[in-house]
Design a binder for this molecule. Structure first.
Ligand code: GDP
Ligand code: MN
Length: 384
């Protein structure tokens, strides 16, 4: 299932720096005392910034300029623990404060309609980009990059020209940042890289003051360093376990634990559970992992959720063979003790053989149903 990893500002800025995009020097702090030390090390005026995965931190009071280590410490204790639109602040980023002459906006994202990356650049930065798009669309320079041709240097010049950046020194710096941002977007398999604001200092220096960086999590195997950046503490305990065991799992609110093979099948299983008046406890896709290892891993994740009252296996055998999954289930039940009632529906390749294996072994808590609907009805009944 496609999902995304959102990085904190300071993590995105680390990736920016690696891609050659100018950012300010800074430090992470998790306590007021650490913030004081960070301010001492950085020297001069610093900006204390809440690290949460939501925008609009400035307006919410999560960003403060501090003139001394004392002030940095005081702001840190104000901001830590603050709730910013449902996100509790547990970490701060302190960086050397910048003087701002102008605030621009630069981003690259996927335009799914065009199937191409899309750049947006405007000199009206600092505010919501939706506002600029709605109120002064002519000020927003937009340009697609053909991924097969790749980024072309003229495209950066075109963006600067169209956004009406007139200063030659600024043009050069912005063009280099545009090119490097494209590099970061491609190299890290990003879905979004946004710099708002991209500032110009009174001395004419251009740099990224904020960062929003989202990576496609299907590509994480290529970027272990990004995987480590993902906030594991904030995640749900089952989701964390699932990640460790390499199981595709999303926690939901109900009582029926669900295992299927293929995201589409699992989605429709959720619908059918809902249709017969039950509530799914999770989304769990075995994918091709119908062997005992895969089934044990998935069952371990699902049964650690105390809300789960009954479990439904919904398997459609294509490449995955139903007899293999049946053997996987039986072996899993031998290896681990599961008290929950389990309903199994097998259909497709070798379904009969699979059902025969289950009927032969017939563990006490295992119920076999022929159709998806009857299986859903049975498991919802058993979850009550
Ligand atoms: P957001 O509100 O979550 O988008 O956080 P930003 O990092 O974009 O910061 C919001 C605003 O705080 C910026 O638009 C700036 O006006 C201000 N700000 C952030 N860093 C600095 C800084 O180093 N110096 C100054 N003067 N203002 C800053
Ligand atoms: Mn911002």
């Amino acid at each position: 299932m496609a999902a995304a990893v959102d990085l904190y500002e300071y993590q995105g800025k680390q990736l920016f720096a690696r891609a050659g995009i100018p950012v300010s020097e800074g430090r992470v702090a998790e306590t007021p005392a650490e913030a004081r030390t960070a301010a001492e090390e950085l020297g001069g005026q610093v900006v204390v910034k809440a690290q949460v995965l939501v925008g609009g931190r400035g307006k919410a009071g999560g960003i403060k300029l501090a003139d001394s280590p004392d002030e940095a410490e005081a702001y840190a204790s104000d901001i830590l623990g603050m709730d910013i639109r449902g996100h509790v602040v547990r970490r701060l980023w302190l960086e050397r404060a910048s003087e701002i002459a102008k605030e621009y906006y630069l981003s690259i994202t996927f335009d799914r309609g065009e199937k191409k990356p899309l750049f947006m650049l405007t000199t009206q930065g600092g505010v919501d980009i939706e506002e600029v798009a709605a109120e002064s669309p002519e000020a927003l320079a937009k340009l697609h990059v053909d991924p097969l041709v790749g980024f072309q240097p003229w495209q950066a010049r075109w963006l600067c020209f169209t956004a009406a950046i007139e200063d030659v020194g600024e043009q050069k710096q912005v063009a280099a940042i545009v090119e490097n941002l494209y590099g970061a977007f491609v190299d890290f398999d990003a879905m979004l890289c946004e710099v708002n604001p991209l500032i110009v200092t009174p001395e004419g220096e251009v740099k990224a003051l904020d960062s929003k960086f989202t990576v496609d999590d299907n590509a994480l195997y290529r970027h272990p360093e990004v995987g480590e950046m993902r906030d594991v503490e904030a995640a749900d305990p089952q989701e964390r376990l699932a990640r460790e065991k390499d199981v595709t799992y999303v926690k939901l609110d109900g009582e029926v634990g669900i295992l299927g093979n293929g995201a589409g099948l699992v989605m429709s299983t959720l619908d059918v559970i809902d249709q017969v008046g039950g509530r799914p406890a999770n989304f769990c896709d075995l994918g091709g992992g119908g062997d005992a290892e895969g089934v044990v891993a998935a069952l371990e994740v699902i049964t650690t959720d105390p809300q789960v009252k009954a479990i439904l296996f919904n398997i459609f055998g294509g490449i995955t063979r139903c007899d293999e999954v049946a053997r996987g289930i039986l072996e899993a039940l031998e290896r681990m003790t599961i008290e929950h009632p389990i309903v199994v529906r097998l259909d497709g390749t070798n379904a009969e053989e699979g059902r025969r294996l289950l009927a032969e072994a017939s563990p006490a808590n295992l119920h076999v149903e022929e159709t998806m609907l009857s299986a859903a009805e049975r498991v919802v009944e058993l979850s009550r």
